[in-house]
Design a binder for this molecule. Structure first.
Ligand SMILES: O=c1ccn([C@@H]2O[C@H](COP(=O)(O)O)[C@@H](O)[C@H]2O)c(=O)[nH]1
Ligand SMILES: O=P(O)(O)OP(=O)(O)O
Ligand SMILES: [Mg+2]
Length: 209
């Protein structure tokens, strides 16, 4: 049982296959990650509440629907989450942005926090936490815990590639958080990298290592 919403539109699957290719360099990797994030954000925001408004077209006045002034926030988990930020902002340009800095200790695999800066009015906002990879779930779970200390209205988690174990961990720690992913891969390897995955998303985005 996946417990996550898998957004597997053909355009997303196509771009994700290119993203996974080891020969895709940082420039194209960044473009693809943002394009997929834009397409996913379309689905993640599907439940945004609408309000009725009166608009005068060149023909007549009529009632239409517009998004109710809902306050959104996007929270990339540094560094890799930054690779999805512009893609989400393209669709929701008025969203505020919070940052959570975490790295995964290669020995313990535990998430280590080094930065957290949230919008001041986060308690009035619905947040979308973004990270391309959900492996053990330690980073996402820790990030969500930090963010929860600021008392946001709601939190969704959006990832590109997930492992079932990571989904289970986040759901166990944060049953209230809805998870969206473009793919659920087979398993983790001995270093807790997703298999087949795409490698280290941060390194591939920025050409490090
Ligand atoms: O295949 C992978 C697995 C992980 N990452 C990076 O690690 C964290 C997520 O790992 P957790 O074990 O879920 O904490 C994520 O932020 C990625 O930056 C990766 O790039 N590739
Ligand atoms: O989760 P990590 O350790 O891979 O961090 P980064 O996103 O900086 O690569
Ligand atoms: Mg990394």
């Amino acid at each position: 049982m996946s417990n996550a919403v898998v957004i597997d539109h053909p355009l997303i699957q196509h771009k994700l296959a290119l993203l996974r290719d080891k020969d895709t360099g940082p420039k194209e990797f960044r473009e693809l990650a943002n394009e997929i994030a834009t397409l996913m954000a379309y689905e993640v925001t599907r439940d945004l509440p609408l309000k009725e408004v009166e608009i005068e077209t060149p023909i007549k006045k009529a009632k239409f629907k517009m998004i109710e002034g809902k306050k959104l926030g996007i929270v990339p988990i540094l560094r890799a989450g930054l690779g999805m930020l512009d893609g989400v902002l393209k669709l929701i340009p008025t969203a505020r942005v919070g940052h959570v800095g975490l790295y995964r200790d290669p020995e313990t695999l535990e998430a280590v926090e080094y930065y957290c800066k949230m919008p001041t009015d986060v308690s009035e906002r619905d947040l979308i936490v973004v990270d391309p990879m959900l492996a053990t779930g330690g980073s996402a779970s820790a990030a969500i815990s930090f963010v929860k200390e600021k008392d946001p209205r709601s939190i969704k988690l959006m990832c590109l590639v997930s492992a079932q174990v990571g989904i289970d961990r986040v759901k166990k720690d944060h049953p209230d958080v809805e998870i969206y992913t473009a793919a659920i891969d087979e398993k983790l390897n001995d270093h807790a990298y997703i298999v087949p995955g795409l490698g280290d998303a941060g390194d591939r985005l920025y050409g490090t290592r």
